[in-house]
Write a protein that binds this ligand. Structure first.
Ligand SMILES: *Cc1c(COP(=O)(O)O)cnc(C)c1O
Length: 401
């Protein structure tokens, strides 16, 4: 665990007893991110990319430095491969829309899985209605809650035109075995999108090593602001894709007859971007980097193992997903108690966790569970939090008996 880390998060000054176990939905914000946002709005703010005057040009420089920081953070070939969006959801919609419009027709297939967040299901369904391709769902292994790679292998064929999968499940915490996945898709050279929303805050990510075509994540699950998303895209797609949205900034020349588009990432960044959000995200990357993501992964794993050991001793508690390779996400149900009641009663003990379907309804259907309670860990959590969760659940069971 990280010594004194709660001091970095102002919310714990106000409420030192808060047990926050909902990082998978959105993480708390450290002071350095909040301060940076305050500073930027207070003293540095102007619109970027257009102004000649100092405020604008200085903030433009700072903005582009932060794009570089993101590129380095995920080991992209260059910062030119980084497109700034407003969320991971928008990043997926961008890729889906650009790819399907150009490449997909009836008879084609794309592959996603039962593990996906709605953000990686619904855009494909909308596009499928429009272009007539088929969406093939890869099965999961119900006991581990991880992708069934054999099923994936069986479902890949010459009609498969795209694969879009979560890098880490936001419900079962299972991490996708990208090495095996890459072996399977090699034969047909199928492009791959990885949804890294849950991964980036908890483990080092290297897109070159992952060899994916697209990688997406959001700022707000990485201790940064909401309203900003990232899309990493391999070089070759920049030329192939038509613009996703039209507007200012993404153009080269505009006349009443015709518009020519900017090149590179600019082509996909229409309108005023989330300026201060990117500056804030830069600080949150500094924050996790200073703690060291290898260390973060180690600490969260330790905490997860501690939680599993403690919670699995509770008879009526059923843990969802036992994959070997997983992050600090622990979903569970308690026999005879509705997850809604679990959250309500734990909230009275100042324990914040999420219940429901976590934007993954197909997964819950597959597991034949209405809803689950989910405890997810961040850098500010400690064994003490797990102890309180454990005691809270015991009290709850006694209460209902
Ligand atoms: C949160 C999440 C998303 C969507 O992110 P937004 O920030 O809501 O756009 C997509 N996939 C996974 C796995 C997530 O956890």
């Amino acid at each position: 665990m990280f010594e004194n880390i709660k001091k970095e998060f102002p919310v714990f000054e106000k409420d030192p007893e808060l047990v926050f176990l909902d990082t998978a939905a959105s993480s708390l914000k450290p002071k350095i991110v909040i301060d940076e946002i305050m500073k930027c709005y207070s003293y540095e703010y102007a619109n970027i990319h257009r102004g000649i005057y100092k405020l604008s040009s200085q903030l433009t420089t700072k903005y582009e430095e932060n794009r570089k920081k993101i590129g380095k953070f995920i080991n992209a070939e260059s910062s030119e491969n980084i497109i700034i969006t407003k969320s991971a959801t928008e990043s997926i919609n961008l890729v889906c829309s650009c790819f399907c419009q150009k490449y997909l027709k009836p008879g084609d297939e794309i592959i996603i899985s039962h593990l996906e967040h709605h953000a990686n299901i619904v855009p494909w369904q909308i596009a499928s209605e429009k272009y007539g391709f088929k969406i093939i769902f890869v099965d999961i292994n119900p006991s581990t809650g991880s992708l069934d790679l054999q099923d994936l292998k069986n479902k890949i064929n010459e009609n498969t035109k795209f694969i879009s999968l979560t890098h880490m499940s936001n419900v079962t915490g299972s991490i996708t075995d990208t090495e095996t996945l890459n072996n399977y898709r090699k034969k047909y050279n199928i492009p791959l999108l990885l949804d890294g929303c849950q991964m980036v805050a908890h483990s080092p990510v290297d897109v070159k090593n992952l060899n994916c075509d697209f990688y997406v994540f959001s700022g707000h699950k990485l201790y940064g602001p909401s309203g900003i998303g990232v899309l990493y895209m391999k070089d070759k797609w920049f030329e192939k894709f038509e613009p996703y949205q039209g507007g200012g900034s993404m153009i080269d020349q505009v006349t009443t007859d015709k518009t020519t588009f900017a090149k590179g990432f600019q082509k996909f960044e229409a309108g005023t971007p989330p300026i201060v959000q990117l500056i804030g995200l830069g600080k949150s990357i500094d924050f996790v980097s200073s703690l060291n993501l290898v260390q973060i992964q180690k600490c969260e794993k330790e905490l997860y193992n501690y939680a599993i050991e403690k919670l699995s001793k509770i008879n009526k508690l059923n843990i969802i997903g036992h994959s070997k390779n997983k992050g600090g996400i622990l979903s569970f149900t308690v026999q005879d108690i509705h997850p809604q009641d679990i959250a309500l009663i734990l909230d009275q003990k100042n324990i914040a966790l999420r219940t429901g379907q976590h934007c993954a309804e197909p997964l819950h259907r597959k597991l034949k569970i209405d809803s689950t309670a989910r405890a997810s860990f961040g850098v500010y959590n400690s064994k003490n939090d797990v102890d309180k969760l454990h005691d809270g659940i015991i009290n709850l069971i006694n209460f209902f008996n």
